[in-house]
Write a protein that binds this ligand. Structure first.
Ligand code: SAM
Length: 290
């Protein structure tokens, strides 16, 4: 039997705007602090009030919920800022995951910060980071690029801008568009290492890893159901040119002798140390000439 939901804290909430992450599927990924904030807020702003009502009832919470999204933003923002200025505790949630991550809230947070209102993060689930964590792709540098455009022409142009970025790329996509999107990725990036993470934290969670061509084959039988994150590996670094090697050697020679400079540059650029040593001597000789 599941334990009952934890009881909210009775400590009072400070006035301000709270950006509250909620689960991306598994209701047990709600944080205790998110429960405290939703229980103590004067007002909960939600993208979809029905989704928010379901979420609140799952944790036995009662709260005043009002709609806030990109359509209501211009009309609602001044009123919300007024309430915040008067000391209200306002929580913002989205349908799932972290608000503002491909979800509404950016303009409200910016306006609140500009008005001197305290903005608090109540972090928790986000599909982008959950997918990155299980992808097996490099995590030292990553770029979240949101949803690619739905049509192929603009999508290829959007993807082409990402090609030179040497980082793991994280994109959101829908099931019906997955195959077309992967086909455009193959055309634009070549057969890079990639991952499709589907229905994370839910019953049908699946993570498929492989070159883009293998992912296209894996989903060839029809569009998958559910929610999807696509990740692309950083790809190979372009081969260093002679000019790159010379520039790196000249820089290294300002700090060390030719042998050390050659060893350092060989390691950094993946080039032959002996050849770089000869080149370093040559460059040093030129520098020493009057
Ligand atoms: N703010 C949310 C977050 O922090 O993850 C994202 C909102 S965005 C409108 C919804 C997209 O997130 C979906 O189309 C899908 O690409 C991704 N997503 C959300 N939940 C997911 C899950 N459980 N598994 C995989 N992808 C998910």
């Amino acid at each position: 039997m599941r334990p009952p939901p934890p009881q909210p804290s009775t400590a009072p909430l400070a006035p301000g705007l709270y950006i509250v992450a909620t689960p991306i599927g598994n209701l047990r990924d709600m944080t205790l602090r998110a429960i405290d904030i939703l229980a103590g807020a004067d007002l909960v702003l939600a993208e979809d009030t029905r989704v928010a009502a379901k979420l609140l009832s799952a944790y036995d919470l009662k709260a005043r919920v009002e709609r806030y999204d990109d359509h209501t933003d211009a009309r609602r923002r001044p009123q919300i800022l007024q309430q915040l200025a008067e000391g209200a505790r306002v929580a913002l949630v989205s349908d799932a995951g972290t608000p503002l991550v491909s979800d509404p809230g950016y303009r409200l947070v910016r306006a609140a910060a500009e008005a001197g209102v305290a903005v608090f993060a109540a972090p928790g689930a986000s599909a982008a980071l959950a997918a990155l964590a299980v992808s097996g792709l490099p995590t030292d540098r990553f770029l979240f690029a949101g949803f690619p455009p739905p049509k192929s022409g603009p999508r290829r142009a959007f993807l082409a801008e990402l090609v030179p970025i040497r980082a793991t790329l994280i994109l959101y996509e829908t099931g019906p568009r997955l195959s077309d999107s992967l086909a455009d990725m193959l055309a634009v990036f070549g057969d890079r290492e990639a991952v499709v993470a589907r229905e994370l934290t839910k019953l049908h969670e699946t993570v498929v890893r492989g070159p883009i061509s293998a992912l296209i084959a894996a989903f060839a039988s029809g569009p998958p159901r559910g929610e999807i994150v696509i990740l692309l590996g950083p790809g190979e670094s372009p081969a260093a040119t002679e000019a790159d090697a010379d520039a790196a050697l000249l820089d290294a020679l300002t700090r060390s002798g030719p042998a050390e400079a050659a060893a350092g540059v060989a390691k950094a650029l993946g080039l032959n140390r002996r050849e770089l040593y000869r080149r370093a001597l040559d460059l040093q000789g030129r520098q020493d000439r009057p």
